[in-house]
Design a protein around this ligand. Sequence first.
Ligand code: FAD
Length: 485
Amino acid sequence: MTAIVWFRRDLRLHDHAALHKAVQTGEDIVPVCILEDRFCRSETVGDRRLHAFLSAVGALETNLEHAGSRLIIRHGESLQVLEQLIQETGADKLFYNRDYSPFARSRDEQVEMAFCSKGVFVQGCKDLVLHEPGEIMNKQGKEYAVFTPFRRVWQTLPKDRPFPIAEKFPTWDGITDLLSEKAPVVEQFGREKPLGEQWKPSLFGEEAARQRLKQFIEEDLYRYKEKRDFPGVEGTSRLSFALQAGTLSIRTVYHAAAEALLEARGDEVASIESFLTELIWREFYQQVLFFHPHTVEHAYLPQFEEVAWENKEQLFSLWCHAQTGYPIVDAAMRQLNETGWMHNRLRMITASFLTKDLLVDWRAGMAYFAKQLIDCDDAANIGGWQWSASTGTDPQPYFRIFNPVSQGEKFDPDGAFVKKYLPVLQHVPLQYIHKPWEMPLHLQEQTGCVIGLDYPPPCVDHAQRRKLALSLFQEARDRHLTKTE
Ligand SMILES: Cc1cc2nc3c(=O)[nH]c(=O)nc-3n(C[C@H](O)[C@H](O)[C@H](O)COP(=O)(O)OP(=O)(O)OC[C@H]3O[C@@H](n4cnc5c(N)ncnc54)[C@H](O)[C@@H]3O)c2cc1C
């Protein structure tokens, strides 16, 4: 008897629920990864995001080889490819890890329906999260709309332990004869391969992810709370890609931190708890998207579905190209454009700036992030954007509007971060580093940062735009109230 294990966003051998369950059946295994055109050829997915994903697939292929098996990589629509493979191998079981995004759910339902009717046993497993959508409900049997009560319940529930690694397992006899693409690369899809050390494929595989976790637990976890908001210091885990592509499992990450908590003293306890809270945000947004799939395209709060965004192309372009004239915003956008990752504090600042200062619809910013971020996760990206644009689950009202100057001064107090990504500010005195346009002209000349020549002037006036944003949100809310009365 033969079982297919379908790898999707769980590109690892350690602590893998579906692989573990399949191995337990004692059947011969066929590991499969399907490269769908809707992802690999989509214009909404940037070259570097695709490169990171394919590198992780390549690493899994190598790891499976070392385990005496073989990853079958095929292009095409999942249902068709799986049907074909079931025919070729005679497999009577299919195992995969559940994914809660609307597209994945409908695809997986189709697969399940098609195979169950043919007598193939199909098993979806819990793996992406510690607590699935539907596990944490309020007294009325409804999902939580607010994070804090969700977190309280989440913390009380027992957590699954990591599954043992499937080091050696029986592989289907004919596996070497099956057709498979060799280690996929972006060029196959007409894309450009990113160059430089930071894009080495090995950095995106399971080994690199495990190494990163180990280093974070040893070096930064105990001071996470104190450092996590400062983009100029290495203070966060940088595990988001690993958790997105599944080169690391959430159980492994959670238990590594929970074990450290047992040894922690004083401030270390708050730091580890603060890190665990971020993992809970990840699960909170998974359940928001699960219960509200319309939030992929529409506001969670209906009253803010029709904010009269200005949507000026030119302002959007300045934001994308790191030319807004606000150093913290521009340095953040450079970090995104150059590295495919952005610090959480900066994601909030740039998203607030785009929506509340530039008055561009959050959906445009979200799509830009989705293309650039290698860690793009629909649930977290939608949740983060709607939180920042005040159209989402944030219980704070819409008048939370970040001031890009004071945010810079507070979270990059020595200007180290903006100087790193905007070398033109290198010699600007600290008092002007987050508002260089206030420098007297002679100082601009002396420091080699003449506004309008070396660095752009602010593209909008924050105080004015803040007022305008407030009135647009208020109008949208009033219009909605009138409609629903
Ligand atoms: C506008 C916006 C867009 C975002 N888009 C994404 C996205 O596409 N993918 C993504 O993984 N995160 C996203 N986030 C959340 C957060 O910014 C990143 O998870 C974090 O910066 C990743 O860095 P890290 O791994 O060092 O995080 P750490 O601070 O070390 O956190 C550990 C892990 O917890 C999870 N996490 C942390 N914060 C959040 C959060 N607010 N929401 C959900 N999960 C969280 C991530 O998996 C992260 O790797 C977004 C936030 C905002 C404000």
